[in-house]
Design a protein around this ligand. Structure first.
Ligand code: ADP
Length: 161
């Protein structure tokens, strides 16, 4: 089997920033599992986990990345490294946008190292044009009736209507 990477997050909803990370991660690893966390401590989101899975799958299909291309999407419960181990991932992917992401991500990577020493955390730097982009910004703009079509895949624009 080739290299396997697990990309966890809330994806509420998926944005062009997430999609870019998935595309670039797929060039580095043979199989990508996108994991949508079900037990985030974050407040109840805009979409339920099942809807987020659907949106990620549709968005990936729109850019030609689906299970045939070895990119899989599902929800997970429990800690990230256990979910990564269940799919036999050697790597956990995270995206980095700004210095403000770094502190959390460093703590997260150290925690993974402590509890799952065989898993590597790999960070992909966002593209400059996506560096301000987050799911919460998308939710906020959408609730204020702004055109978010340059920030998210088409299926998310439709779903937020
Ligand atoms: P979480 O709740 O774990 O932060 P998110 O769905 O917000 O989940 O993000 C999942 C991963 O994608 C995180 O590693 C995050 O830093 C990364 N990410 C989010 N938005 C972007 C973006 N615009 N560019 C690059 N990476 C991003």
């Amino acid at each position: 089997m080739g290299s396997v990477a697990f990309y966890p997050g809330s994806f509420d909803p998926i944005t062009n920033g997430h999609l870019d990370i998935i595309q670039r991660a797929r060039r580095c690893f043979d199989i990508i599992y996108v994991g949508i966390g079900q037990n985030s401590t974050k407040a109840r989101g805009r979409f339920v986990p099942g809807q987020r899975v659907q949106l990620v799958q549709t968005a990936l299909t729109e850019i030609g990345l689906s299970s045939e291309k070895h990119v899989f999407v599902s929800t997970f419960t429990g800690v990230v490294w256990e979910a990564a181990k269940r799919v036999e991932a050697d790597v956990i992917i995270r995206g980095l946008r700004a210095l403000s992401d770094f502190e959390f991500e460093q703590q997260f990577a150290h925690t993974v190292k402590q509890f799952a020493p065989n898993i590597e955390s790999v960070f992909l730097m966002t593209r400059p044009e996506n560096s301000y982009l987050s799911s919460s910004l998308v939710r906020e703009l959408s609730s204020l009736d702004q055109d978010i079509s340059s920030l998210v895949p088409r299926c998310v624009v439709e779903a937020l209507k």
